[in-house]
Design a protein around this ligand. Structure first.
Ligand code: GDD
Ligand code: MN
Length: 453
């Protein structure tokens, strides 16, 4: 038995060695060991809705959660610095901000670096600075990406009454913070550093970048005038806001424009503006791509819907209107896939009526799942990216939509044969009911986020 065990344990040992030898597994094992053995000083990343609490977390959490301990001193000001591949800037920005705030707000501020798991390990560099800078906190987001949501996750972990954001590449001069803080002290709900007021400007932007920036502002003035017109530089990524002005609101930005989100959903009465000159980047690269412009358009439309009649109705009914509209758009693309596949299978490949209908419907369900998982419910699926969870979502989606198909036939019969409704009107009514069924049940079951505290 022992001999057999020893030869068996010998083979098992060998198998483990071979398994870990492959570099990917070795990296995973190494990360896991590092994670368990080395006590990281990282802030835990909040999950769930992007909602800033009325009171700092530590006040809420009587049980004394180790990841947000009761601070040694009251924090007045929390400044979030979103970073992605800012390894070459991180030390300089932490040093300059700390120098400035140590003088202005000794022991009454915190710097919160929110890094989206940068490939250049910016988070690790930032973490190694914690020993030297006691007011520094670092968050490493591993399942979410994006400037605006990074800022809000930082604010969710913040302890201050005044919440701020500044870029991590020193293009926003830290010195302007003093005037912004002074404006907050005088009662402003929001103090914005602007390139378009006295003392403001950009150091050396190309004509095309100026055109794009102004063009974006113009688009905002057309689509969302009541929000975008409230400040001279709605594209600014450098501002301070009072916690109370955004607390409790469920924020839902896309991409870069966190200021527009704050203006669009916050209770902002008093606004102050301070001129600053946007500096040239000394190290690293801007992360702005064409995607940011699409994100911006989507963000404007989302705010437009939520601030419009539909949005107000949705809030009254607690019904996610913007998400439902996306679900509808995806449903339409599914209809196109269904019809095209049915035509090809039935008319071109003579695959038979029922079989063509079933395969076409399945292809449409598959199409809808992909787009819903990436777009409609993208913010939820991002939090659960593991393959097995994706497959689990797909299976649930498939079952619910198949039940929807059955419900469709039953409802059609009810409307036409029982209620004597015109067959085409009956069909449309059945589709409307089933779309609501598919949306609501999938939102509640397939894309439900299991909140892990
Ligand atoms: N966490 C996180 N996740 N941070 C990000 C991400 C992301 O996905 N993308 C960019 N950042 C960080 C960068 O590392 C940098 O610290 C900051 O956000 C701004 O990114 P840049 O890529 O440097 O933007 P920019 O300089 O072209 O534009 C900035 O200034 C404009 C003028 O004020 C942004 O703040 C724009 O929003 C702003 O309009
Ligand atoms: Mn920049």
């Amino acid at each position: 038995m022992l001999k057999m065990l020893s030869s068996r344990s010998h083979n098992t040992g060998l198998a483990v060695l071979l398994y870990t030898a492959s570099s990917a597994n070795f990296r995973k094992l190494y990360d896991y060991l590092m994670l368990t053995t080395q006590q990281h000083n990282l802030l835990s990343t909040p999950t769930g809705a992007l909602q800033v609490s009325r009171k700092p977390l530590w006040l809420d959490d009587r049980k004394g959660n180790p990841s947000n301990p009761k601070p040694l001193y009251p924090v007045l000001f929390s400044l979030v610095v979103p970073t992605y591949n800012e390894g070459s800037n991180i030390h300089a920005i932490v040093q300059r901000l700390s120098q400035l705030l140590d003088a202005a707000l000794p022991n009454a501020y915190e710097l919160i670096i929110v890094d989206d798991d940068s490939p250049d390990q910016t988070w690790e560099q930032a973490e190694s600075l914690i020993a030297e800078y006691p007011n520094l906190r670092v968050m490493r987001r591993q399942h979410e990406r994006g400037l605006s949501t990074a800022v809000i996750r930082g604010w969710q972990a913040a302890q201050g009454e005044i919440l701020g954001v500044i870029d991590g590449d020193l293009q926003h001069p830290p010195e302007a913070l003093m005037q912004l803080l002074a404006a907050m002290e005088q009662g402003a709900d929001l103090a914005v550093a602007s390139r378009h007021v006295d003392g403001g400007g950009v150091s050396s932007w190309s004509a095309s970048r100026r055109f794009l920036s102004r063009g974006a502002q113009l688009l905002g003035l057309v689509l969302l005038p009541q929000v975008v017109s409230r400040v001279s530089d709605p594209m600014s990524g450098y501002f301070l806001v009072r916690r109370g002005a955004i607390a409790g609101e469920v924020l839902d930005p896309v991409g870069y424009k966190i200021l527009i989100e704050v203006l669009g959903r916050g209770a902002i009465a008093e606004i102050a503006e301070v001129g600053y000159v946007f500096q040239e980047r000394e190290a690293g690269e801007s992360k702005v791509t064409w995607k940011q412009y699409f994100d911006y358009l989507q963000h404007l439309l989302r705010l437009r819907i939520s601030s419009g009649r539909l949005g107000r109705l949705g809030r009254k009914l607690n019904f996610p209107v913007a998400r439902f509209l996306k679900f509808g758009v995806v449903g339409l693309s599914g209809l196109a896939v269904d019809m095209t596949a049915f035509y090809l299978l039935f008319s071109v490949f003579s695959f038979g009526l029922t079989r063509s209908a079933i395969v076409a419907a399945e292809l449409a369900i598959f199409n809808n799942f992909i787009w819903n998982d990436r777009w409609t419910f993208g913010d939820l699926s991002q939090q659960q990216p593991q393959k097995r969870l994706v497959i689990k979502r797909f299976l649930k989606f498939n079952i619910i939509c198949t039940m929807g198909l059955i419900l469709n036939v039953l409802l059609l019969n009810l409307f036409v044969n029982w209620l004597n409704v015109n067959p085409y009107v009956g069909k449309l009514m059945a589709i409307a009911v089933v779309t609501l069924w598919n949306f609501w049940i999938n939102l509640k079951l397939s894309w439900r986020v299991t909140q892990v505290k």
